[in-house]
Each structure stands twice: as C-alpha cells, then as structure tokens.
Design a protein. Structure first.
Length: 184
C-alpha cells in the first residue's frame, strides 16, 4: 500500500497532465485537415529553447496587408483568420484570402481550412513557427529553409488552430532529405 498518498498524488499529477496534453495535441494532429504551407527562414535557432528551427509562414504577397505595422494598435483585431484554399490532389497552398472575420460554425465556403493567428510586429503568427530539429541536422535544415526550399505540413482543426505534422525540404520529409544529402 502507498505509505504517503500526498507524495503519490504529487508525482502522478504532473505525469497525468503531461499525458493529457500530449493526447490533446495528437488528436488535433490526427483530426485536422492537412495543408502544406511554404515557409521562409527567419531565425536559425532560439538558443534558450533548445534546437528549434524558427521560420515564418510564406502566405504570399497579400499577407502583409492584414498585419500592417502602420495601422494603429486600437484598430487591429486580436485574432486574424487566413482562408486557405488548397489543391486537394497535393494539398499544397493554392491561393490565400486574408480576413479579419472569424469563421462561422462548420466550414467557410471556398476555404479548405481557416487558419487562426494574430498580428505581431507586422507579421501573421499562427503559433506554429517553430520546429524541433536534432542538433546535428540544425545547420543543414536552417540553410535549406533560408534557401526557400522548406514547407510545413500543418493540421488545422475546425476552430482554426494548427499543429505542425512535419517539415518538408524540397517536398520530402526532412529526415529523408537529410539522409539523401548525407549520402551525396
């Protein structure tokens, strides 16, 4: 029998919370609609947070207008929504329509997915702008992303929240790209 139930609870509680968070994020990835979004290099790694590749979503030339840094703070909405129309054959980004309005319940007509984010310092942020990479591959992957060869596979749920499923380099999963690059 457990000698100190409080100690057992103190140990079990964080483990249960971590397991619940992991299950929640995994369900979001499994249930969401997959879309491939091109990325551009921004900052190679955040040294305080391990080996994360930091990038920005490349939503095309019209994306800067919605997060205009010249717009007064009081006129900017807290949340911004990006309507993504994807080609269902390849699930690559076909065109982008930017809007301030929240999607109605269900799907928005003409949109494959609606991506929820916020404007910060003139950039659209969806909370998916970091991807963990092992230290030995960080420099090669950073260079590939900075060379406009990167994309992320994103799962977007009905409310517009996104989770990154994979990092693509030249259309291939990053692990295969690194293996093939090492073999050359």
């Amino acid at each position: 029998m457990i000698e100190n139930p409080r100690l057992a609870l103190a140990v079990a509680f964080p483990i249960l919370c971590l397991a619940g968070l992991t299950a929640y994020k995994q369900v979001r990835v499994m249930v969401g609609t997959s879309v491939v979004i091109p990325i551009a290099g921004f900052d190679p790694r955040d040294l305080l947070s391990g080996h994360y590749l930091t990038y920005r979503l490349d939503l095309g030339p019209g994306s800067a207008a919605i997060c205009d840094p010249g717009q007064e703070q009081s006129q900017r909405p807290d949340e911004v929504f990006v309507c993504v129309v994807a080609d269902h054959g390849t699930m690559t980004l076909a065109r982008r329509i930017l809007t301030y309005e929240a999607p109605s319940s269900g799907t928005t007509p003409g949109c494959t997915v609606v991506l929820r984010g916020r404007c910060e310092h003139g950039r659209f942020l969806a909370g998916i702008e970091r991807f963990y990479v092992p230290e030995e591959h960080a420099a090669a992957l950073d260079q590939a992303v900075r060379s406009q060869k990167g994309a992320v596979v994103v799962a977007v749920d009905r409310s517009g929240r996104a989770a990154v499923k994979d990092l693509l380099i030249d259309g291939r999963p990053w692990r295969k790209a690194v293996q093939q690059g090492a073999g050359r």
